[in-house]
Design a protein around this ligand. Sequence first.
Ligand code: ADP
Ligand code: ZN
Length: 289
Amino acid sequence: MLGAIEAGGTKFVCAVGDEHGNIHERAVFPTTTPEETMAHVIDFFRPHRIEAIGIGSFGPIDLRPDSPTYGYITSTPKQAWANFDFVGAMKRHFPVPIGFDTDVNAAALGEQRWGAARGLDSCLYMTVGTGIGVGAIVEGRLLHGLLHPEMGHILVRRHPDDTFAGVCPYHGDCLEGMASGPAIERRWGKKGAELADRHEVWELEAFYLAQAITNYILVLSPKKVITGGGVMKQTHVLPLVRRHVQKWLGGYIRHEAILEKIDEYIVPPALGDNAGVAGALALAAVANE
Ligand code: ADP
Ligand code: ZN
């Protein structure tokens, strides 16, 4: 039996399951303080004979294996969780192999093993929600680096009619600052879910998301792009994004995936809202190998 934790800024999704991605039991806890939330998590796993645990976490997190703060959530704006030793807290109760990565890298891995990118050695998983995050598998491996990629904060070209300052506390008008759920709410004065019939909202949203995806395609050449998160529940956005990506690329990338089959190239998660927790299960399976 494997344990999985999708640790998000608003909720933790925990599951026990197997190495084939089957989820046997699942529970959701609100993200409050580490003391409170982790007590729920530990109670959830305690009755099970867990062989390994996978954690896909909000960040930034420390993934450098030789770092003294490996396994920590580091400089998050969620004060209570800053410098929290996540892997250490789990190890104290469950002395088993623990896989640890970003929430979006976990989701990318889940979709690659059991979802929309099955059989491919590269893919991107992009979430557009409270923040914007992107996980990547490149040449069969989860992409890490100096720390880990932060593709939600790339700089985007402003729409000529757009005067919105952006909401990113670090960069103002980076992608997350211009196109996250909170950016939509601040710009238009209503939550995204209440703006469904306002075409101009989603046209502008697609303008920014497509620029970002265009840049990811140019840099990483992924074989599949998967887009999830609350904002993408507006299912009319994805077709607009695809058209804008084709326009930005301008016919330069001469591959049928982009020129003819873009509907099969930029897609929603096949695992739906379970992409993250299934991915954490995949991290557990990898840690146990
Ligand atoms: P989180 O990013 O916190 O894990 P979500 O992916 O659900 O959670 O993202 C929440 C954000 O998505 C909020 O800003 C919310 O307004 C927005 N959102 C949620 N549902 C919808 C919807 N149906 N249409 C548009 N925006 C939505
Ligand atoms: Zn930013």
